[in-house]
Design a protein around this ligand. Structure first.
Ligand code: PLP
Length: 392
């Protein structure tokens, strides 16, 4: 091992990134791959955003940004949270970061000391346990199941809280299950967290992508828990802006200031042009989110219809986010791990999915319905034929 690299600091690659890079390798050698592993709305850049980017460049908005973000964006982003989700943030409560992921990374860097426990419900977004471990924390995984709608229950939460527990991560609008919590459910969870003096990181990056008239409740909207809740937001999914890398951290002013110091010693802030584009997105939030949401709902229904018809099953429609989290057994696939299945599927049929094991849940696969519509239709056809021939 290189002497410069300590064993402690060796970090895992995210499983989704790994599958995606295997798929990319095939693609670069000329093979057609149906990549249903990545969670990003495949849509062309919205015209308003394109215009905002060009205008920003023409106006010379290309110099270093203020470290915590341009003030126009912090103001609009706070108003967005206040008007749509009933929060009460001021620009001082907002930090602009290079994607929601960096927000979570910086928070865990700031808050964790060796041995601190972080409560995470499984199935979880792949990066929570990995980032926790990077900063010496111990992920405490609470298993949830499909029959309970993949929800963290108050009893399960109470049972794991100890004097070492420091943080609870909630992913409302879940990747990979699409689960949404009600106001009452969140209140109970936040109450337990407050009694145990936990910092709650509420990952709300899919807040705009809810379906079938389900509304979204932000943990930032509870006045009683304001001081121990930090909200992670992002332009990536809500406005189909994954590559622009703009996200937000909302929380109390002291934490925002401490995080700003970390940004000043690392990225120096978010690309200036991207911030002006994010401002245009938020100013046109209703139109852009509605467009992304409608497109994603259409794609969700295409996939659900195709799989339900092909396998004569009835998959529960996810009420938010971009994924179907499907039981292998329901597709008639047994005696194979989710990871072996996904590797073989990619090798044999050039369809990329993510194994449930990556999210802490064996026996499931995650399929992203955010891919290009034609790829989605053809990919599901190839997937279904492969499974039918090999397992049924
Ligand atoms: N949180 C969840 C649950 C996600 O699924 C993702 C991305 O897939 C992120 C955070 C990070 O998003 P970004 O860094 O693009 O804002």
């Amino acid at each position: 091992m290189n002497r410069m690299i300590s064993k402690e600091n060796q970090t895992e690659n995210s499983a989704t990134v790994l599958i995606n890079s295997l798929a990319q390798k095939k693609i670069s050698s000329g093979i057609k791959v149906f990549n249903l592993s990545v969670g990003e709305p495949k849509l062309s850049v919205h015209k308003l955003l394109l215009e905002a980017a060009i205008e920003a460049m023409h106006l010379g908005k290309t110099l270093y940004p203020p470290v915590s973000g341009i003030s126009e964006l912090k103001y609009s982003a706070s108003e967005w949270m206040n008007n749509i989700y009933g929060c009460s943030y001021q620009p001082e409560n907002c930090l602009v970061v290079n994607g929601g992921k960096l927000g979570i990374y910086l928070l865990l860097q700031l808050a964790l000391s060796k041995g601190d426990e972080v409560i995470i419900a499984s199935p979880y977004w792949v990066s929570y346990p990995s980032i926790t471990r990077i900063f010496g924390g111990s992920p405490i995984i609470i298993d949830t199941n499909e029959t309970e709608d993949w929800k963290l229950t108050p009893d399960k939460l109470k049972n794991v809280c100890s004097s070492n527990t420091k943080i609870l991560i909630i992913n409302n609008g879940s990747n990979p299950t699409g689960t949404l919590y009600t106001r009452d459910e969140l209140e109970e969870i936040l109450d337990i967290a407050k009694k145990h003096n936990l910092l709650v990181i509420s990952d709300e990056v899919y807040s705009g992508l809810t379906y079938d008239n389900h509304s979204y409740v932000s943990c930032g909207s509870f006045d009683a828990y304001k001081n121990n809740v930090i909200v992670i937001q992002s332009c990536s999914k809500n406005f189909s802006m994954t590559g622009w890398r703009v996200g937000f951290v909302f929380g109390n002013e002291i934490i925002i200031k401490q995080l700003t110091s970390l940004v000043s010693q690392s990225t120096s802030g978010v690309t200036t042009i991207s911030q002006w584009v994010a401002l245009a997105a938020i100013q046109n939030e209703k139109m852009i989110t509605a467009w992304v949401q409608q497109e994603m709902k259409k794609r969700r229904d295409i996939v659900l219809n195709a799989l339900n018809t092909q396998f004569k099953i009835n998959i529960n429609p996810p009420v938010s986010a971009l994924y179907l989290f499907i039981s292998l057994a329901e597709l008639g696939i047994t005696n194979i791990s989710s990871s072996e299945f996904c590797t073989q599927l990619l090798e044999d049929a050039n369809v990329a999915l993510v194994p449930g094991s990556a999210f802490g849940k064996e026996g499931y696969i995650r399929l992203s319905f955010s891919a290009d519509e034609c790829d989605l239709i053809d990919g599901i056809k190839v997937f279904s034929e492969y499974v039918m021939n090999k397992f049924n």
